[in-house]
Ligand binder design. Structure first.
Ligand SMILES: Cc1cc2nc3c(=O)[nH]c(=O)nc-3n(C[C@H](O)[C@H](O)[C@H](O)COP(=O)(O)OP(=O)(O)OC[C@H]3O[C@@H](n4cnc5c(N)ncnc54)[C@H](O)[C@@H]3O)c2cc1C
Length: 379
């Protein structure tokens, strides 16, 4: 790659107040909040992909904030304050995102989030029933809505589901069009004067009393006063001390299905599998627990074993006795860790990390951007 010219450095990469690495929803949200707090800030986002290729443009678009089995599981390793504190952050993040972009732009539909229980899940279903009253009380305090979790068995037939014994619905969960959300955030960033440069990967960084210096794959050096790292699953390559584990997920979408009955977001197999309706099709993904070794990677790619698990699920549970064709397949990479709480912390005086968004980044991501913007400007 050629070296930067005098003009390029001067016009594109000088006097940067805050450099953001990564243009996923966290990077974009951070930039939007920074400009809201001070429109004069020169905010630059550097993104290695031609699009923000990580999780934000490749997810399933569940606007979810907590299904019962997952919360019960979380409570076995974390305290109530941490578990429900994270639920609250997701809820508030989602409300803030909806008011910033509008439900119309997000294509937000509050059709509920359902947990699917099969014959093998009777124990976990019973656990949910045991917790439903207390969870509803806690959720009422957090989001102000009564009976958020309800038994949903009467929908099993109307949704056309097979091999399903029970459903529990989170009545407040919705779904969005992921692409519209990301386009909307990108447009907001542009409108507020944020500069986004694609196809540049940051490989090294340094920080001293004068600010931050990064080096790109092309060997360019770029200086800024402050930096926010919003690289989620890819963080450890740049900052080995921040533990974010990559979790690749396979996704597929069918061609439109005549008379599709399914409506809403569905969590299956302890949340490892997820499916929803979109544009008269089924979008289905996950099942990384069926091949954890190969899916613990930052490298995008197919997985035949998981493909067949997901396809069987379509045949046997979601679309039994109905012909379907898969139109498109892709993968995306989540950033996960021991806790579901995102890492929003200062790495040094000039650098802040906002990473490890986990599987509910849609709800929490905009709020993570708000927190990161505050933190990076604080002393
Ligand atoms: C298949 C899949 C399905 C999901 N489904 C849902 C769902 O339905 N609901 C939900 O709430 N959440 C879901 N998630 C999770 C959600 O998408 C993420 O939590 C969220 O998008 C994370 O946003 P982010 O900005 O932190 O990370 P990302 O979107 O991954 O952005 C990080 C960006 O950093 C860039 N980058 C990395 N390293 C560098 C570098 N060195 N230099 C420059 N740029 C760099 C990457 O290219 C990338 O664009 C899903 C995730 C996946 C993968």
């Amino acid at each position: 790659m050629p070296k930067l010219s005098y003009w390029e450095r001067q016009s594109f990469f000088s006097n940067i107040d805050v450099l953001i690495v990564g243009s996923g929803m966290v990077g974009l949200s951070t930039a939007i909040h920074l400009k809201e707090s001070n429109p004069k800030l020169h905010v630059v986002i550097i993104e290695r992909g031609s699009l923000p290729i990580g999780a934000s443009t490749r997810n399933a678009g569940f606007a979810c904030f907590g299904s019962m089995t997952e919360l019960i599981d979380d409570l076995s390793t974390q305290g109530e304050a941490e578990v429900f504190g994270t639920v609250e952050k997701r809820w508030k993040g989602l409300q803030a995102l909806r008011s910033k972009l509008s439900d119309q732009q997000l294509d937000y539909k509050e059709w509920g989030g359902y947990e699917v229980f099969t014959d093998n899940d009777s124990e976990s279903y019973q656990q949910c029933l045991d917790h439903i009253t207390t969870f509803n009380k806690t959720l009422k305090d957090i989001i102000g809505v009564k009976n958020v979790y309800q038994q949903g068995d009467n929908n099993i037939n109307s949704f056309g589901l097979h091999k399903t014994q029970h459903l529990i619905v989170n009545t407040q969960e919705g779904q969005i069009n992921t692409g519209s959300m990301m386009k909307g955030l990108l447009e907001l960033a542009y409108q507020s004067g944020v500069k986004v440069y694609n196809g540049i990967e940051i490989l090294h960084w340094g920080s001293n009393i004068n600010g931050v210096v990064v080096e790109t794959k092309e060997g360019w050096t770029i200086k800024a006063n402050k930096m926010v790292v919003a690289t989620n699953a890819f963080t450890t390559k740049l900052f080995p001390s921040i533990q974010v584990n990559p979790a690749r997920n396979q996704v597929m979408i069918t061609k439109p299905i005549a008379g599709l009955k399914l409506k809403g977001c569905f969590h299956y197999d302890k949340g490892y599998v997820y499916f929803r309706n979109i544009d008269g099709r089924i979008l289905l993904g996950g099942a990384r627990n069926k091949d954890l070794e190969n899916e613990s990677t930052t490298i995008f790619g197919d997985n035949k074993k998981i493909d067949s698990v997901l396809t069987n699920l379509l045949k046997e549970v979601i679309l039994p006795n109905q012909a379907f064709e898969i139109e498109q397949r892709w993968s995306g990479i989540l950033g996960v860790g021991d806790s579901k709480r995102p890492i929003i912390q200062k790495i040094d005086t000039n650098i802040c990390a906002a990473v490890r968004l986990g599987g509910m980044g849609v709800a929490i991501g905009y709020g993570v951007g708000a927190d990161a913007a505050k933190l990076v400007l604080s002393n």
